[in-house]
Design a protein. Structure first.
Length: 146
């Protein structure tokens, strides 16, 4: 086990490094892909082709460029999000606790994980959510397009 891998239940967490296309926004996160990734059919996720993985805030570290995000909050230690003002990519976003989730988390765009191997992503389970119908607990009838 390398120094970037940590035991986590049945799977293991690995430290991934991520960035937007222009690399102005950079981060790292300890992620256990065996816990699954998510795809949703709501308008926002559909139009962005969002494929995400949930990360606990304690396992997420911004490494630079937060001020380049469209939802930058000056003076805040966390909670930044939105797209990069230069390249347009949304690398991550903070999500507050709500009735449809189990507490606050950081939603990380898997396409922004620079050192993620495609085989590791393909092996990760996918949770489909029917956000278009506000039914976050069930998959939509059709998922092939997600």
């Amino acid at each position: 086990m390398s120094d970037t891998t940590k035991e986590a239940g049945n799977g293991s967490k690995r430290t991934y490094h991520g960035s937007c296309v222009c690399r102005r926004v950079r981060f790292e996160a300890d992620i256990d892909l065996s816990q699954g990734t998510g795809k949703c059919n709501c308008t926002s996720c559909w139009k962005r082709r969002w494929w995400s993985v949930k990360v606990r805030p304690a396992d997420f570290r911004a490494l630079g460029g937060e001020e380049e995000l469209s939802k930058y909050r000056p003076g805040a230690a966390s909670g930044h999000g939105g797209h990069c003002k230069h390249c347009g990519v949304t690398p991550y976003g903070f999500v507050d606790a709500a009735e449809w989730n189990d507490g606050e988390y950081v939603s990380v765009n898997v396409a922004c994980l620079d050192d993620l191997e495609p085989a590791d992503l393909l092996a990760a389970p996918i949770l489909f959510m029917d956000g278009r119908n506000d039914d976050w607990w069930h998959p939509p009838a059709e998922t092939r397009h997600l």
